[in-house]
Ligand binder design. Structure first.
Ligand code: SF4
Length: 335
């Protein structure tokens, strides 16, 4: 079976943007039983832009794992592990950095994204961000994440395709230098992600407080949904709306509601027989219904259970990683 590798940074409890953009795809891929899935928590990656304050990191790892498990990732079907628990990834990162030309790292599009992330979305700040060695090495670490597990497929959105190119080039270069076909060039596996925004119409982000957490209570979800931006040209309740102009709620209906409800919302919105307040109330109820079982499962995982699951996942991942490094060192004629 083909190995598939993907990771997520532990930034805290996950929101619906993470769920729809990444997690739901992971679960589908896992359940398709077509791939040998390796899903990891990228705690080293989170240090590239947030190294000064690590006080929340351990707790964030538990919370993200709780979201993974409650949403349907299954440790019996997928290998779920913490990046920093696998020292072979760091070792491979070092070995690959020896063969990677500096200008490859400098031109990698990931670097621009990291600078943006470090500036917290503040464009004025971007110019003053000083690059760290860790930022420059990020795409090589990302390559090590994949190649340690001989990942042949990496699930990405269409816009992320360029980020994988460097991993392919490094794999190719290694094979060329050492005259072997040890690494498969990892290929992107394009996944569909619905375009949904944060409640204010921007990208959903915890730092902008425009998110809805998977773990939110029904009341918290209702509060956030009620703040969603709708069709800004619909001023009065009696004005007909346009679902295509409805920036936030309607795209959520398209994700979470059935065809019949979607058609009803469209018809009632466009004839002004439905107001935005009632429409958002119904949407919050639909979202709450969808996440009810996930939230219930989430509440049932103790910290100890999660730590045990991660410990087992780390052990399972490490065996694979040790094997890869053993073979690789053999090829490189290293001790
Ligand atoms: S009625 Fe619903 S779909 Fe129409 S603009 Fe308002 S929130 Fe959007």
């Amino acid at each position: 079976m083909t190995n598939l590798v993907s990771g997520m940074r532990p930034t805290g409890k996950l929101h619906l943007g993470h769920y729809l953009g990444v997690l739901r795809n992971w679960i589908d891929l896992q359940n398709s039983q077509k791939y040998n899935c390796f899903f990891f928590i990228a705690d080293w990656h989170s240090l590239t832009t947030k190294y000064e304050d690590t006080s929340e990191l351990k707790n964030n790892i538990l919370e993200i794992t709780r979201d993974f498990l409650a949403s349907g990732l299954n440790p019996e079907k997928s290998t779920i592990y913490i990046q920093s628990a696998i020292p072979e990834i760091a070792e491979l990162h070092l070995l690959l950095s020896m063969i990677t030309p500096n200008n490859w790292a400098e031109r990698d599009p990931t670097l621009k994204d990291l600078v943006k992330a470090a500036a917290g979305g503040d464009e004025a700040k971007e110019a003053n961000i000083s690059l760290t060695y860790g930022m420059l090495g990020y795409p090589i670490l990302q390559t090590a994440d994949i190649l340690t597990f001989k990942g042949a497929l990496v699930p990405v959105g269409k816009d992320q395709e360029a980020h994988l190119e460097m991993s392919r080039e490094i794999a190719r270069r290694f094979n060329y230098i050492f005259d072997c076909e040890f690494f498969a060039e990892p290929k992107p596996l394009f996944t569909d992600t619905p375009l949904v925004h944060g409640i204010d119409g921007r990208k959903m982000s915890k730092s902008w407080n425009n998110d809805i957490k998977i773990s939110a209570t029904e009341e918290e979800t209702m509060v956030q949904v009620k703040k969603m931006i709708t069709d800004t040209q619909r001023i009065k309740r009696s004005d007909p709306g346009d679902v295509e102009r409805c920036l936030v709620p309607f795209p959520y209906y398209k994700v979470f509601a059935n065809e019949e409800i979607i058609a009803q919302v469209k018809q009632e919105c466009e004839t002004a027989s439905r107001g935005c307040i009632d429409c958002k109330k119904q949407l919050a109820e639909i979202i709450n219904l969808y996440f009810k079982p996930i939230r219930e499962r989430r509440a049932n995982f103790s910290d100890e259970q999660i730590k045990d699951i991660l410990k087992n996942g780390n052990q399972k991942a490490r065996l694979v990683a040790q094997n890869t490094l053993k073979e690789l060192k053999n090829i490189m004629k290293l001790y």
